[in-house]
Design a protein around this ligand. Structure first.
Ligand code: HAM
Length: 422
């Protein structure tokens, strides 16, 4: 047992896993840029109030999962449990609402939640996040959903579909919530303790309940689709029409409510089997009241966050190829002091010429050990420099695959190697 271990719920992403990560990141950034999203990086911590107000006091995230601390100056701060609140804070603070509208912003980076660690669920995880701020049009919701769909498609994750719902707006939701509450109060003997509590704090969350006892009641519970105001119903119909047109598969799920309080109208997730108990690959939706709530001008918004660890788990599960890692193709071996110095200079020249190179280390090392290392590192060519070669102004270059070797003029070595590995 090593003396120190990483904290529960965190990961070491070892070099052997990095090719998966780089493939996911590269595609995510490329697709975001193709769709006109610009990158925004916000701090990893914000004033606690930013998250508490946005995500909502009664939510699990705010009540149980935030890493909150006082800094040396007594400021109440929290490691970001998600991006949206910080993005909206930055949008307001930097006056992005006076720029071209809508603002299309993406971010990628670590997020922190004191969750119960298990497969696919971590305390530090990575989100790729995209937001469109300043647009009511359901075309914005469609763009957000298309972006994540296309990411999954490019990564070879097929057979997915969206879980889709509309949660209404401050005009139609309260009457629905009252109806739901009344329905539950009439049947309160048949519901679990959690739902009793949810009815008080965030009644919509009863729809999300997994407890056996609550299922029969849930089946017959009032459905929000039948209570949407005209504007929300039209918005939802337009979005579905767009999804049909672009052939992005979805199923209507009247029980999908999401665990964050800021949503209005559209909410969606993508689920996948095989990534542990937590099956959501992404989650998102519309939040038309959030900019106003945080003190900015009333501005509609819609966005999504994708959990990258879960994508990587799924890629492995499905046998999706990662990117080929880029490692140096040339290994520099040498024997003797003058060749060592010349090899140092060669290393410098080669790297400046964009040829990746490993340099053997250790002054008294035998050639055999250096060649063994070159082999382990899977170098394509090993340059061997000894006193005799150096005097002749040449190096021996061994082709590690073919097994043959050639004498190459030192003055031509960079060009020679560039032609072969460039
Ligand atoms: P969320 O559903 O809380 O939404 O998280 C989005 C995604 O982050 C999840 O679908 C999942 O893939 C990943 N995720 C969440 N918690 C964990 C965890 N403990 N371990 C591993 N992965 C996790 C949001 O965060 C919203 N801010 C999304 C959004 C953006 N809505 C509008 N704009």
């Amino acid at each position: 047992m090593p003396t120190y271990q990483r904290p529960p719920g965190t990961l070491d992403i070892l070099p052997e896993d990095q090719p998966y990560w780089s493939r996911v990141r590269t595609h995510a950034i490329h697709l975001a840029e193709l769709a006109g999203f610009e990158r925004l990086d916000t701090p990893m911590f914000e004033a606690t109030e930013v998250f508490a107000r946005s995500i909502g006091q009664g939510t699990d995230v705010v009540e149980k999962e935030m890493y909150t601390f006082l800094d040396q100056g007594g400021r109440d701060l929290t490691l970001r449990p998600e991006f949206t609140a910080g993005v909206v804070r930055a949008y307001i603070e930097n006056g992005l609402y006076v720029e071209v509208s809508p603002q299309k912003l993406f971010s990628i980076g670590p997020t922190f939640r004191y969750d119960r660690p298990q497969a696919g669920r971590y305390r530090q995880f990575t989100q790729f996040n995209a937001e469109i701020l300043g647009e009511q049009d359901p075309a914005a919701d469609l763009e957000i959903m298309t972006l994540v769909w296309d990411l999954y498609a490019r990564l070879g994750l097929a057979d997915l579909e969206f879980q889709l719902n509309s949660t209404g707006c401050p005009r139609c939701r309260p009457a629905y919530v009252e109806g739901l509450r009344a329905y539950y109060e009439d049947h309160s003997d048949h519901i679990c303790d959690d739902c009793q509590r949810r009815l008080e704090q965030s009644p919509l969350r009863v729809l999300d309940c997994k407890a056996e006892a609550c299922q029969p009641l849930l089946e017959r519970a009032p459905r929000i689709q039948n209570h949407l105001c005209e504007e929300c119903a039209q918005h939802f119909a337009d979005l579905r029409e767009g999804l049909d047109l672009l052939e992005r598969r979805y199923v209507l799920n009247h029980r999908l409510v999401r665990g964050l309080d800021y949503y209005t109208k559209t909410v969606f997730e993508v689920w996948a089997a095989g990534i542990g108990a937590q099956s959501a690959l992404c989650g998102g939706g519309r939040y038309d009241g959030l900019v106003g709530l945080l003190g900015g001008p009333e501005t509609p918004g819609v966005g999504v966050a994708v959990g990258l660890e879960r994508i990587v788990i799924l890629m492995k599960e499905l046998g999706v190829e990662p990117s080929a890692p880029r490692t140096p193709e040339v290994f520099l071996a040498y024997l003797g002091e003058a060749p060592r110095r010349r090899s140092l200079m060669l290393m410098d020249e080669l790297r400046r010429g964009d040829v990746g190179v490993y340099l053997a280390m250790g002054r008294e090392r035998g050639l055999r050990s250096q060649l063994r290392e070159a082999d382990k590192r899977a170098a394509r060519y090993t340059v061997i420099l000894g006193e005799v070669e150096l005097e002749r102004g040449k190096a021996t270059v061994r082709d590690m695959k073919a097994g043959d070797q050639a004498d190459v003029d030192l003055s031509l070595l960079v060009t020679w190697l560039r032609e072969r590995v460039g």
